[in-house]
Write a protein that binds this ligand. Sequence first.
Ligand code: GH3
Ligand code: MG
Ligand code: MG
Ligand code: MG
Length: 300
Amino acid sequence: MEILLADDDATTRKMLTAMLRRWGYGTVTAASGDEAWAILSSEDAPRMAILDWVMPGIDGVDICRRAREELSTNDRYLYLILLTAKTSREEIISGLEAGADDYMVKPFDPSELQVRVGIGRRIIKLHKELVEAKEALHYQATRDPLTGVYNRGATIGRLEEELDRSRREGLPLGLIMIDIDHFKKINDTYGHLAGDIVLRKTAEIMKSVVRSYDVVGRFGGEEFLVILPKADEDIVVGVAERIRKAVGTHVISADGAQIKVTLSAGTAAGKGACAVDALIQAADEALYEAKRSGRDRVCR
Ligand code: GH3
Ligand code: MG
Ligand code: MG
Ligand code: MG
């Protein structure tokens, strides 16, 4: 773990660097508040800083205050220790009130600093674990466990967001509803497990042929939705055709069997006042038409 040491006194910087290195920390130093601020606001900045109070430019307390206002994001906690010759009760209180996590006075006892830095490390670690758990939970709540694409709820959520955006920006929004043809027969012929593999592979192929900002979601059993921001009707049909051909020409190895499936797709392009339900319904009706007129095709 890397720690920023900010102090305008070179001897203090040298001494702190030597100690922290000995305790197993990486260090980066700053000789002024401005320099410290530049380091802390950079990408991949240290998660902990030991700050002198009185320094040229912004002082250590200002850094604490500004860091809490401008640098604190929910996925990154910055642990700040003030290390200063200011020792009055009022000063300690105002330093902590400004946003410091801890306060130590100079001259300091090295072993006390070591345990206090250890406390900071523990808190940073706890925070990191919390962020990771939250991300994992969010992932689980929004993904379909079988295929890894967005689940139904998250797909509709994304569709609402994208429709709002298209309304604001006056750009079109494309939607494709896809249904695997005669999928029941795949299950009946090769087994449910092979059917699962076909679903997984189909989702993978769909994702590989769309742009990175397009959204692929599983709408139901063997039905998928693809959201295409900024795509007009012709583009949507083109992408749907690309998906249909990519999946239709792929031979899927599942449970020892070589399986080919075809897709039917219905497209819709919304703009402005169009509602989510209306867009889904339009794509659904086009899909019905694709099924009715013989499957393995795209209808708009
Ligand atoms: P069509 O061409 O008209 O779409 O016919 P189909 O057989 O694909 O349509 P139908 O809706 O009759 O059958 C869909 C099947 O998909 C029925 C269901 O058992 C199967 N299914 C739904 N979810 C899963 C799943 O997670 N895994 C597997 N293996 N099968 C699933
Ligand atoms: Mg100083
Ligand atoms: Mg179906
Ligand atoms: Mg089907």
